[in-house]
Design a protein around this ligand. Structure first.
Ligand SMILES: Cc1ncc(C[n+]2csc(CCOP(=O)(O)OP(=O)(O)O)c2C)c(N)n1
Ligand SMILES: [Mg+2]
Length: 779
C-alpha cells in the first residue's frame, strides 16, 4: 500500500490537499452566501455549519476523489451537506444556482436528501445516528442480493458512513452494532470525524479509549488516525516522545482551548507542562508560533497522506471503523471554540480567508479559484479523472408483477393477523415470482406476528448455513428455524429501531442496488413508537416497505396495558410516505395486501402500514364485489344509509362485531341506520385535506370521504368508533359539519377479557347504542 503512495501518487496527495482546501472554501462560502449575501425576507438566521464542514473536508477529499469507487454508497453526516454539494460542484453535477439557493426553496438542501437534492445522494441524513446505522443494514441487503444472485460478488460496494463523533452517543448505533455482528456484515466503513466536539461543548474524555474496544469486540477493525505526518515527524525528533505523550494525555477541552488560542498559547502551555523534559524546549524552538499551531493541529483526519494510507490499508471486506482525529472548524477563525457548531464567519473573517487563499473578490464561486491557470487546469483534470467523475448510472429496477388477486383465506371466523400469515403462505406456495422478491423481517416477533408459515416455506437468510438443531434432534416443533443463502427472512433481535432501519435499507434496494425487493416487517403495534424516528427516516427517503403490526388496541385482552396500542392510528395518519389501513375482515386484507405490493412499486407510491389484530371475528358474506374499489380508497358503506337517516356509525377494525350487534339492536328504531366501514382513516383524511388545499387553486373536486358522507342527510350525526385514539375518526364530523359522538380508547389499558375491557373502555354495543342516543339528545 505504502508503495503506491510513495512511488506514483505524490501528485495525488498534492491534488487531494488542494481539493481539501477547495472544499473548505466552497462549503464556507455557500453557507456565507446564504446567511450574509442573499436577501433575507424574514430576518431568520439561515444557518449552516462551517465548522462541521471544515472538520471533514480532508476526509471527504481523500474519500471522494481517491478511495471511493462508483459502486460504493455513502451516508454523509448531515451538517457536512455543503461539502457534498461542493464535491459535486467540482464534479460538474451541481449547479451554481443550487449552491446559491442553499437552504432556500428548491435549492440545495440543508442536509443531504435523496429525494430533494439534485446531486446523487445515496442515503438521506439529518437525524444523527440513523444515517450511520443504515449503512450497516445496507451492507446486509447487499449480501442478501449477492446471495440471491442479483448482484455479482465482484461488484460489491462499500457502504460508508461519514459521521460526527457525537453520533456515537446515539443508542441506535450500538443496537445496530450488535445486529451487524450477528449477521457478520461486511463491506461497511464508518469514518468518524473525531473532533471531540458535539453541538454544545467538547465531548467527554472518559470515552476516549472506549470506542475502539466496543467496536473491536463487535468484530470491527478499528483504525485510529490520530497524528498527521508533521506530528509523526516531530515525534521522531529529540524531545518528540514527550510531546507525543503530552498530546495523547491532553484533555479534549484543553486541546480545544489551545487550538482556538493559537501558537503562543500552545508554546506557553507546552513549556509549562513538559518544558523541563529533555530536548523539548529545543524541539519547540524549531517552530515559530504559526508553525507550532500548524504542528499541534496536524491531526490524522486533516492529513491527506495519513487518510489515503488508512483507506488503502482496509482493502478487504472487513467492517472497519476509522477514528480520524480532527479539529472542528479546522483552518477557520473559530477552530476549536466550543461554541462553533452553528458559528458563522463574519464578512471580515471570510474575506480574510478568501484573501489567504488568493481568491480575488468576485471569483468566490470559481470552482478552482485562486490557484492560477496551470494548477487550476491540473486540478480540474485530476477531478475529471477520478473514478466518480464517470458518474453513477442511475439504478433502475424492473417492476415485479403482482397477481390480479390474492386469494382470501377460508374460514368463517378468523383474525386479520392469521389471515395475513395465510395469504403470505399461499403466495409463497403459489410459486408466483412476486413471492421470490418478498423479504420478511421482524425484531424477535416472527412467530407471534404470524410470519412463521412463510419462514417455514422460505427459510431464514444466512450467508453461512444455520442448522435447525431442534429439527436435527427430531424434537417436534411447528417452526422450522434453519438458515441458508437463499432464505428470505431476516431475523432481528428485539430492537424496533433496527427493524425500521432494516426496512428502510431493504426498501431502498431498487434505487440503491438496482434490484427490487418487497420488504415486509412485522412488529407489535405499541412498539412502533420505539422505532418511530427510524420509521420516519425510512419514509423521508422514500424507502418502500410493508409494515404489519399487531395487536390493535385492546384486542390482546389479558396481555394487558403494556401491550395496548393507543395512538398508533394517529401515527399512521400523521406519517408522510406511509399509508395506514386497518381492515376488519380477511377479504379486505387480501385486497389491501395486493394493493400494497403495487403501491410499494409505483413511481408516486410509498410504504404501507397495516394495523391488524389477533382477535378472531365472524367473517361476512358479500353480495357483490362493489365494495372493494371504495374500500381501497379508505372506506365504504357496509350498510348504506337511507336518504333521511339522522345518524350513521363509522367504524374501523376489529370492533366490527360490536358495531354489527349495535346496528342490529338499533335497526328497528332507526331503519335507515348506515354503517360506514373505514379501512383507512389516513387515506380519507389525506384526500379531504388535499381537497381543501386545492380549493384555492380552483380544483375542489370532492374527496372520497365527501362522497361517502354525502349519502347522509344534512345535519345527520355520526358515531365513530375505533380501538385506538378516538381522534383518529372524530374529525369526520368536520367534513360536512356533522355532530359526532366519538368512541375509542384514550387511557392506558389493563388486563381483562374483551367483554370486560370493551365495557370499561366504552367499545361495546351498549356504548355504541348510548352514543347514538347522545346524538339525538344533543347538548
Ligand atoms: C437525533 C438528533 N438529535 C439532535 C440533533 C441536533 N444536532 C445536530 S448536529 C449535533 C451534534 C453534532 O456533533 P457531531 O456529531 O460530533 O458532529 P460535528 O459537527 O462535531 O462534526 C446535534 C446534537 C440532530 N440532528 N439529530
Ligand atoms: Mg463532533
Amino acid at each position: 500500500m505504502l508503495e503506491t503512495i510513495e512511488s506514483s501518487s505524490l501528485d495525488t496527495l498534492d491534488a487531494l490537499q488542494a481539493l481539501d482546501t477547495r472544499l473548505r472554501w466552497l462549503s464556507s462560502w455557500t453557507i456565507h452566501n446564504a446567511n450574509h449575501l442573499r436577501d433575507s425576507r424574514d430576518g431568520l438566521k439561515v444557518g449552516g455549519h462551517q465548522a462541521s464542514c471544515a472538520s471533514i473536508t480532508a476526509i471527504m477529499a481523500a474519500l471522494y476523489f481517491h478511495a471511493l469507487r462508483p459502486q460504493d454508497k455513502v451516508a454523509v453526516k448531515p451538517h457536512a451537506g455543503p461539502v457534498l454539494h461542493a464535491i459535486h460542484y467540482l464534479l460538474g453535477n451541481q449547479s451554481l444556482d443550487q449552491l446559491q439557493r442553499f437552504r432556500g426553496l428548491g435549492g440545495a438542501q440543508s442536509y443531504p436528501s435523496r429525494t430533494k437534492d439534485r446531486i446523487p445522494v445515496d442515503f438521506s441524513t439529518g437525524s444523527v445516528g440513523l444515517g450511520v446505522a443504515i449503512t450497516a443494514f445496507a451492507s446486509l441487503v447487499q449480501d442478501y442480493l449477492i446471495a440471491h444472485g442479483q448482484i455479482p460478488e465482484a461488484e460489491a460496494g462499500r457502504m460508508i458512513a461519514l459521521m460526527g463523533d457525537a453520533e456515537l452517543d446515539e443508542g441506535n448505533i450500538y443496537e445496530c452494532l450488535i445486529e451487524g455482528y450477528k449477521h457478520d456484515i461486511r463491506n461497511c466503513w464508518w469514518i468518524v470525524d473525531y473532533n471531540r466536539q458535539s453541538l454544545d461543548h467538547t465531548t467527554a474524555d472518559r470515552m476516549f479509549n472506549r470506542f475502539d474496544d466496543i467496536f473491536a469486540t463487535c468484530g470491527w477493525r478499528v483504525i485510529t488516525l490520530k497524528h498527521g505526518k508533521l506530528q509523526q515527524a516531530a515525534f521522531r525528533r529529540p524531545g518528540g516522545k514527550s510531546l507525543e505523550q503530552w498530546i495523547d494525555k491532553c484533555p479534549n477541552a484543553d486541546f480545544a482551548v489551545l487550538t482556538y488560542q493559537g501558537g503562543a498559547a500552545w508554546r506557553t502551555r507546552l513549556l509549562n507542562d513538559i518544558g523541563g523534559k529533555p530536548n523539548v524546549a529545543r524541539l519547540l524552538d524549531g517552530y515559530d508560533d504559526d508553525a507550532l499551531a500548524t504542528l499541534m493541529t496536524n491531526l490524522g483526519g486533516h492529513c491527506i497522506e495519513t487518510l489515503v494510507k488508512a483507506f488503502e490499508s482496509a482493502a478487504d471486506d472487513r467492517p472497519t471503523m476509522f477514528i480520524a482525529y480532527t479539529i472542528k472548524g479546522f483552518g477557520l477563525p473559530f477552530a476549536g471554540h466550543k461554541d462553533n457548531h452553528a458559528g458563522l464567519m463574519n464578512p471580515t473573517q471570510i474575506e480574510g480567508l478568501r484573501d489567504s487563499l488568493g481568491i480575488a473578490a468576485g471569483d468566490e464561486w470559481e470552482p478552482y479559484g485562486g490557484l492560477g491557470g496551470n494548477r487550476a487546469a491540473q486540478l480540474k483534470a485530476f477531478v475529471d479523472r477520478s473514478p466518480l467523475a464517470a458518474g453513477k448510472a442511475d439504478a433502475r429496477a424492473d417492476a415485479i408483477a403482482v397477481p390480479d388477486r390474492l386469494p382470501v383465506p377460508d374460514g368463517a371466523e378468523q383474525s386479520t393477523q392469521a389471515a395475513f400469515g395465510r395469504i403470505l403462505l399461499d403466495l409463497s406456495k403459489s410459486g408466483h415470482p412476486l413471492a421470490d422478491r418478498i423479504v420478511t423481517t421482524s425484531p424477535d416477533v416472527t412467530v407471534s406476528t404470524n410470519l412463521g408459515a412463510f419462514v417455514n416455506q422460505r427459510g431464514l437468510f444466512r450467508r453461512q448455513e444455520l442448522k435447525d438443531v431442534f429439527a436435527g434432534a427430531k424434537i417436534p416443533s411447528a417452526q422450522k428455524w434453519s438458515g441458508h443463502a437463499a432464505g428470505q427472512h431476516i431475523e432481528l433481535g428485539i430492537a424496533e429501531n433496527n427493524l425500521f432501519l432494516m426496512l428502510a435499507a431493504l426498501g431502498l434496494s431498487a434505487p440503491i442496488f438496482g434490484s427490487r425487493l418487497l420488504p415486509i416487517g412485522t412488529v407489535y403495534d405499541p412498539f412502533i413508537a420505539r422505532g418511530l424516528d427510524a420509521l420516519n427516516y425510512g419514509c423521508y427517503q422514500d424507502a418502500r416497505f410493508l409494515l404489519v403490526a399487531t395487536p390493535s388496541g385492546l384486542t390482546l385482552g389479558p396481555e394487558g396495558g403494556a401491550h395496548q396500542s393507543i395512538n398508533s392510528p394517529l401515527i399512521g395518519i400523521g406519517q408522510p410516505g406511509l399509508t395506514y389501513f386497518e381492515p376488519a375482515w380477511a377479504d379486505e386484507l387480501a385486497a389491501l395486501m395486493r394493493w400494497s405490493f403495487d403501491h410499494m412499486q409505483a413511481e408516486d407510491g410509498g410504504s404501507v402500514y397495516l394495523r391488524l389484530t389477533t382477535r378472531s371475528i365472524q367473517q361476512i358474506v358479500r353480495a357483490d364485489a362493489d365494495w372493494e374499489a371504495e374500500m381501497l380508497k379508505g372506506g365504504y358503506w357496509l350498510k348504506r344509509p337511507s336518504g333521511d337517516a339522522d345518524v350513521a356509525i363509522a367504524f374501523t377494525g376489529a370492533i366490527a362485531p360490536e358495531v354489527l350487534a349495535a346496528h342490529e339492536a338499533l335497526i328497528e328504531d332507526l331503519p335507515g341506520l348506515g354503517l360506514l366501514a373505514i379501512t383507512s382513516p389516513d387515506l380519507l383524511h389525506r384526500g379531504w385535506s388535499a381537497k381543501q388545499a386545492a380549493r384555492g387553486t380552483g380544483d375542489g373536486a370532492p374527496s372520497h370521504v365527501d362522497h361517502l358522507l354525502s349519502a347522509l342527510a344534512p345535519g345527520a350525526g355520526l358515531v365513530t368508533i375505533i380501538d385506538g385514539s378516538p381522534s383518529a375518526l372524530s374529525w369526520l364530523g368536520a367534513v360536512k359539519g356533522m355532530r359526532v359522538s366519538p368512541l375509542g380508547t384514550d387511557r392506558f389499558g389493563q388486563t381483562g377479557d374483551l367483554v370486560d375491557l370493551y365495557g370499561q373502555y366504552r367499545l361495546d354495543a351498549d356504548a355504541i347504542i348510548d352514543a347514538v342516543a347522545e346524538l339525538f339528545l344533543g347538548d
